[in-house]
Design a protein around this ligand. Structure first.
Ligand SMILES: Nc1ncnc2c1ncn2[C@@H]1O[C@H](COP(=O)(O)OP(=O)(O)OP(=O)(O)O)[C@@H](O)[C@H]1O
Ligand SMILES: [Mg+2]
Length: 246
């Protein structure tokens, strides 16, 4: 089976007239289904540009990208739009909720953009809100919710089409550390229980510690790619009676 995400020699060059910016330069990376990858690196190192390329929000200048075995450059506009709507959920630092629209309606939005009418739109949105611990707040407007709650609405909106992949660009960047940990617990649960592949940009080593793998960028290139070793919780076992007697 092919890797879910496979990019080879990917480049993104921005032409600013006088100068060319190599925002992503010759990046090769493969991400298996079910992985949880944290992307780190200093400001301006190309993290958002790279993740936008993975999300088909932007086109590479050169290089290749296979998504689920299919070369992305062969897809037309409609296929790309369907992928962005169905296969991938996006979460951003600033939540990007519609301000005059209730939590429930914000979550329903992606369902209104599918090709066919989804009959159980409201039920699915309610279910998505429930899955992020927000049932009871369906009718709240974004400004009636805390930052952490707004980010939960954004996660529910990203989940409502049952995507295989979640791409999150500094999702805890505006949250305090306690709320950040709550949001990361949701991501970890989505990854472990529902097998959703997660790629998440963060500046925090602590947040990156929730992932299984940390990929570090510098000047548009990957400079390190390492697994995260999670501390194994060993339950305390009472010593056997014989051991106590000895
Ligand atoms: N639309 C654009 N036009 C021109 N240059 C851009 C554009 N978007 C990004 N860049 C440049 O590309 C480089 C990489 O930017 P990018 O936003 O990917 O960095 P980043 O690692 O996400 O940084 P941060 O941690 O600050 O979010 C930077 O030099 C940036 O100025
Ligand atoms: Mg960025």
């Amino acid at each position: 089976m092919p890797a879910l995400i496979d990019v080879q020699n990917l480049c993104k060059v921005y032409n600013l007239g006088e100068v060319l910016v190599n925002a992503v330069h010759d990046v090769t990376l493969s991400v298996e289904r079910g992985s949880f990858v944290a992307i780190m690196g200093p400001s301006g190192s190309g993290k958002s540009t790279f993740v936008n390329l993975l999300g088909c929000l932007d086109k590479p200048s050169s290089g290749r990208y296979w998504l689920d075995g299919i070369p992305v450059e062969t897809m037309d506009r409609d296929q790309l739009a369907a992928i962005r709507n169905q296969k991938i959920g996006f979460i951003f630092q600033t939540f990007n909720l519609l301000s005059r629209t209730t939590a429930l309606e914000n979550v329903e939005l992606p369902l209104l953009y599918t090709e066919h009418n989804v009959p159980d739109t409201e039920d699915r949105a309610r279910q998505a809100l429930l899955s992020v611990g927000l049932s009871g707040r369906e009718l709240s407007l974004p400004n009636q919710l805390s930052g952490g709650q707004q980010q939960r609405v954004a996660i529910a909106r990203a989940l409502v089409n049952n995507p295989e992949i979640l791409l999150a660009d500094e999702p805890t960047g505006q949250l305090d550390s306690h709320t950040s940990n709550e949001i990361m617990a949701i991501f970890q649960e989505l990854n472990r229980s529902r097998g959703i592949t997660i790629i998440l940009i963060t500046h925090s080593e602590e947040i990156a510690g929730y992932a299984d793998r940390i990929v570090r960028f510098l000047d548009g290139q990957i400079v390190s790619d390492q697994p995260v070793v999670h501390a194994v919780h060993v339950p305390e076992v009472a010593p056997a009676a014989e051991e106590v007697l000895l």
